[in-house]
Design a protein around this ligand. Structure first.
Ligand SMILES: [Zn+2]
Length: 89
C-alpha cells in the first residue's frame, strides 16, 4: 500500500512538472507571436575613401560611388579634381 501511495505522489509531481513545462512553452509561443517583425536586412555599401561599410539608406552616393559621410564625399570630389588625367565616370 505504501508503494502505491509513493507511486501516486511521484506520478502527481511528474504531472505537475509537465503542466508547468507546457505553460512555459505556451507563454514563449505567445511572446514570439506578439513580437514585432524584424526589419528586412539592407545592403551595405563600401565608402570609396575609407572603406567603411555603411547601410545603403545612410550612405551618400554620387556617380563615382558611395561614401560614409559628407567629408569623404567632398574629399573624393577634391581628389578627382586634383587628378584630371584619371578616368572619370
Ligand atoms: Zn569614409
Amino acid at each position: 500500500m505504501k508503494l502505491l501511495v509513493l507511486l501516486a505522489v511521484v506520478a502527481g509531481l511528474w504531472w505537475l512538472q509537465r503542466l508547468a513545462q507546457v505553460g512555459r512553452l505556451a507563454r514563449q509561443l505567445r511572446q514570439m507571436r506578439e513580437a514585432p517583425p524584424r526589419p528586412a536586412p539592407q545592403p551595405m555599401l563600401r565608402c570609396l575613401v575609407c572603406g567603411t561599410q555603411t547601410p545603403a539608406s545612410e550612405a551618400l552616393q554620387d556617380a563615382r560611388g558611395a561614401y560614409c559621410c559628407a567629408a569623404h564625399q567632398a574629399k573624393a570630389a577634391q581628389d578627382a579634381l586634383s587628378r584630371p588625367g584619371e578616368r572619370k565616370e
